[in-house]
Structures are given as C-alpha cells and as structure tokens.
Design a protein around this ligand. Structure first.
Ligand SMILES: [Zn+2]
Length: 358
C-alpha cells in the first residue's frame, strides 16, 4: 500500500489530536424525538470528556488551523452554508422571544413531494433541517465550522505525513448532506476531510463505525468512484436515519460498487460487530486506497443511552487494532457516542488498540 512508508511514529499516545473550545457555543438543551421534547444527548460534556481522556493518554492536543470556506464548499452548497451562518439571527429577527422557541428548528419539511426553496426563515428551516434533532442555536454555526476545521486540520496532518490524527469534532457530521442537516449534524466533517484527501491523492476510503448509518456521507459520494464508503450500523428499519443505509445501496454510476452498507440487528454485540468490521476492512483493502477516514462513533456501546447495539469497551479496543492493522494513514473523525461517563474509557481503549494494531 502506498501509505505504508508514512507510518513512522512510535506510539499512538502522542497522536495529533485537533480540538476547539468553540463546540461549547452549540448547546441546545432540548430536541424533539418521537413526539416528545426531551433533553439533548449531544452535549458539550461529550467533547469535554473526550479531550480530557486524550490529554491523559498523552495525545498532542492542538487547535484547528484557520481555513476559509472553500473546503466546506467542496462538499456543501453555497446556499446551505449561507443558511447555516444566518439562520439563528434570522429566526430571532422574524419571531423575537415571544413567537418561537429558543432554537431554530423545522416546522414542516418537503418530504416526498416536489418542493421549492421559499425565502422566509420559517420555510427554510424546514427545507434545510431534516427533523427535530438538528436545532440551530446562537453558536451552532461557529461550532460546526470549527468542527469542520478540526477534521480538515487532522486530514492535512495525515496528508503531510502523520500516520494518523484524531479530530474531536462536535457537533458531529455524518448525517449532514450537501444541503441538509439532521441527526445532530450540520457540516459533514468526515466528508470534508475525505474530499480534501481525495483531492490531494486521487482517492480515499471512509469507514463509518458509528451505530447510525452515515447517510449524509453516503449521499455525498454515492456517484463517485474515487471515494469508497463502508458503514457498519444498526438496522435502519428500526434505527435512525431509517430511510437509507440498507445493504442493497451499492453506489451508482462511477460509484457503483464503492458503497458498502452492513446493517446489523439491534443490540448486536462484539462478535457480530467485529465480523462486520472484517467484511468492511476486506472491502477497503480491495479498493486499496492510499489513506483512510474513520468516522468514529462510540454509540454502538452497550451502555449508550440509545441502546441500539451492545459493543463493549474491549470490542472498541479490538476494532481499533484491526483498523490500524490496515496500515493506512488515517484521519480519525469523532462522530456520535452519548454515554458521557464512559466516553473517556472507550476512547482510551480505542487509542490503546490502535497503537497495538500498528
Ligand atoms: Zn450515531
């Protein structure tokens, strides 16, 4: 493999880790799920726990490098970026404090029928936000943009010769389409990283082990043959994002055969998860990319509040070892994982397993 010679570091514990405090500015306290207004699981405490564990493991924590919007626009549309950057202020201006809730969120969405893009903020939040789990808070745009810059910075370190780099992205990204937010995600951090890597090296692969299907990532690269996408996730028939993520979605046009979905029964444990991982890794090895983007979720964890799968801390350690054994330069991009108390433990196990696999 072309990337083989770049793996020069001695231990994963000094892994370059890119992190920005700006995530704290995105902190909606509630979301709408199953007809209920509930406490948000996607909390600032998640990233705080991850950066604390990374620091304790000896990772080399750095801020993201400054970027303009060009790498974001390589994945997302200009109108969508403009919407994200202005939605909160437009929402407040249109409705004030009395006629709307604290966050901009969808009232109606243009599903299944032809739709146009009206000019009003109330119409646009439905057009650009796919459901009740992507509210826009005062600091959402700043946090999402910095998270994308964290992913880009990690990708650039890998392109510049680091064997691997880790981006603590919050909000996460893999449910974001080119012009549609959803499932806690606004900008697709992993897609932005992969696009930068494919632009420099001609091709790359993305492995998504978050418990939810990476629907946004799949869609962005679905008709492209230069980016292979493999996703291991809980059966979308029962689990978000519901409408895509099935095994018969294999790509189209030049992308035919470059999309591999491995949906698993809910509450699957380590054995099923690791068997699927082996299938995904074999697909990636066949594609023979020069680098890898890993969409790393810890929400397949057995104690995650959403209870979608039952992977143990040792399961994440072993998964990391097998992924590292591909010996590809790897940009590791944080996605979900909502058991805040155990995020640090699972990240530490992942880092130890990754080091062992190298
Ligand atoms: Zn997830």
């Amino acid at each position: 493999m072309r990337g083989f010679g770049r793996l020069g570091r001695e231990t994963s514990f000094d892994m370059i880790t890119v992190y920005s405090d700006a995530h704290r500015r995105h902190a909606p306290e509630t979301i709408a799920i199953r007809g209920m207004i509930v406490g948000n699981l996607e909390l600032p405490a998640r990233a705080d726990a991850l950066v604390q564990a990374a620091r304790q493991a000896g990772c080399d924590i750095r801020p993201p490098d400054a970027h303009d919007d060009a790498p974001l626009l390589a994945v997302h549309s200009q109108d969508y970026i403009d919407f994200l950057a202005s939605a909160y202020d437009r929402w407040k201006e249109a409705f004030g404090e009395d006629r709307a809730g604290p966050y901009a969120c969808a009232h109606a969405s243009p599903t299944r029928y032809p739709a146009r893009v009206p000019a009003s903020i109330q119409a646009q939040v439905g057009y650009y936000l796919s459901g009740g789990s992507a509210p826009i808070d005062k600091g959402t745009w700043v946090a999402a943009r910095d998270a994308a810059h964290c992913a880009l910075t990690a990708a650039e370190h890998v392109l510049d010769g680091a064997g691997e780099a880790y981006a603590i992205c919050r909000p996460p990204g893999h449910h974001a389409y080119a012009d549609l937010a959803g499932g806690f995600c606004y900008l697709n951090n992993s897609a932005i990283a992969a696009q930068a890597m494919a632009a420099r090296e001609g091709r790359t692969a993305i492995l998504d082990i978050d418990v939810h299907h990476g629907n946004g990532t799949q869609d962005i690269f679905y008709d492209r043959g230069d980016v292979f996408f493999a996703s291991i996730h809980a059966d979308p028939n029962e689990v978000f994002p519901f409408y895509v993520g099935y095994a018969d979605e294999t790509g189209e046009g030049e992308g035919e055969g470059a999309n591999l979905n491995l949906p698993l029964p809910r509450r699957s444990g380590d054995d099923v998860f690791l068997d699927a991982l082996d299938t995904a890794l074999a697909g990636i090895a066949d594609f023979a990319p020069p680098s890898l983007v890993l969409s790393l979720g810890f929400d397949a964890y057995e104690n995650d509040p959403q209870q979608e799968m039952a992977v143990s801390t040792e399961g994440f350690r072993e998964a990391a070892r097998r992924i590292a054994a591909l010996r590809l330069p790897t940009a590791i991009i944080q996605e979900g994982g909502y058991c805040v108390d155990d995020l640090g433990k699972n990240l530490t196990a992942f880092l130890e397993g990754f080091d062992k696999g190298r």
